[in-house]
Design a protein around this ligand. Structure first.
Ligand SMILES: *Cc1c(COP(=O)(O)O)cnc(C)c1O
Length: 401
């Protein structure tokens, strides 16, 4: 295989054998180091996507890799018929940092959403024994592609061909408390939303909205489910984005950066939901919480503390916001910046396709992704430094000409 053909060879192999549900970039990523990735032909990329907000600690981190290797040499999988040590430690950590009550480990974000929805239905069922409860979700939300998670994902394009979806789902306008109130009935068992909408276009919840929804939920004994899969785990400069608002959910979903690359998610229950919902026999998973995945979670939390990641994000994101604001003011292709911490979106001007900008950036060795219909999204590893911001800005300026 000649060197310049290496990437193309694997692209062809993938297209021949993997079901085409993605339009992938014509790049084969082979290895990573810090905030840089390398393709199969050794082209270097500055990574401002982190595998969609996953690789918080950067690539090829020795301590993280060693922790996984040492767990591999002990035991990788046990099933949930037994206890295991890394899961015990990871759950304790999640409970400590969230101040919430109980954890269920999953293999993905989507599964965490499924579990959270079951918690809500069971909680309501325990109260009145009826089986027609409703969940309120938000337009432009994203919660996953399984039939349950898709049912609460406010994107008709993703849903249409797969109907009928699960029943009893109503949609409200994000950041519009009145529209949420209008959907509430005596059947409502949960309100589900992202604290910062990601795929929909990087929209942070306003404090008034989140606090208003929380008050409504408390008043009517409805569970508030906050999806922290993308915006949690330090991305906004807080361990969980809701901590900045002081609004603790009844159920929180995590994934993406929770394991920093090892597939793991979780739904975490506050005391009220934990005491009155799922019990033995109600829910399960073969892999969820397996020792390898939860060893990754433990190491992630340990390294977050050791490296003071939250304060680093608070600091470096100020610089990023400043530089992005300067960029937006100096070019024609963007109109505004939106976001929190290291979760930022640049809104494209009328007629500018964010996909074209992403493609041009890739050509110049910068990985950024899109969100919504007109946003260029940046969710870099949380360990980026000011010099990486400068490097990104230089490339963005070049392609904005
Ligand atoms: C990515 C994402 C999901 C789905 O997580 P998967 O691990 O892809 O199943 C759900 N909610 C939000 C907010 C996400 O960003």
């Amino acid at each position: 295989m000649s060197n310049e053909n290496k990437s193309q060879c694997y692209i062809d192999m993938c297209e021949e054998n993997i079901l085409k549900t993605y339009n992938r970039f014509q790049i084969v990523l082979e290895k990573g180091d810090g905030v840089y990735l390398y393709d199969a032909d050794d082209k270097k990329y500055l990574d401002f996507a982190a595998g969609i907000a996953v690789f918080a600690l950067g690539y090829n981190d020795k301590e993280y890799n060693d922790a996984l290797k040492s767990q591999i040499d002990k035991v990788i999988h046990t099933s949930n018929l037994f206890y295991n040590i890394p899961a015990a430690q990871a759950a304790k950590k999640l409970v400590e940092v969230s101040g919430m009550s109980k954890v269920f480990f999953t293999n993905s974000g989507t599964e965490a959403i499924e579990g959270a929805m079951k918690v809500a239905r069971k909680y309501a069922y325990n109260k009145d024994g009826s089986t027609d409860h409703e969940i309120i979700a938000m337009h432009h939300s994203f919660h996953g592609r399984s039939l349950g998670a898709l049912s609460v994902t406010g994107n008709v394009k993703y849903q249409e061909a797969f109907k009928p979806l699960i029943g009893g789902i109503k949609f409200a306008q994000f950041n519009d408390l009145e529209s949420v109130k209008a959907q509430i009935t005596d059947k409502t068992c949960a309100i589900i939303m992202e604290t910062v909408q990601g795929e929909g276009g990087i929209y942070p919840a306003t404090p008034e909205f989140l606090k208003g929804v929380k008050a409504l939920c408390d008043e009517k004994d409805i569970l508030l489910i906050l999806d922290e899969i993308q915006c949690g785990m330090g991305r906004t400069g807080y361990q969980f984005a809701w901590q900045e608002y002081g609004v603790m959910p009844d159920v929180m979903t995590c994934a993406k950066a929770l394991g920093c690359g090892v597939p793991v998610g979780a739904f975490v229950l506050g005391e009220k939901a934990a005491k009155n919902s799922l019990v033995a026999g109600d829910h399960g998973t073969t892999y969820g919480g397996n020792p390898l995945a939860t060893a990754a979670v433990n190491k992630v939390f340990e390294l977050f503390e050791e490296r003071d990641i939250l304060n680093h994000v608070k600091k470096v994101s100020k610089y990023l916001e400043e530089k992005l604001d300067e960029l937006v003011a100096s070019v024609d292709i963007f109109t505004t910046r939106r976001g929190k911490g290291l979760m930022q979106g640049l809104v494209c001007a009328e007629g500018v396709n964010p996909g074209d900008i992403v493609a041009k950036a890739l050509e110049k060795g910068l990985i950024v992704i899109t969100a919504g219909s007109n946003v260029v999204r940046m969710v870099p590893p949380l360990v980026i430094e000011e010099k990486h911001v400068d490097e990104m800005i230089a490339i963005m300026k070049e392609i904005s000409k």
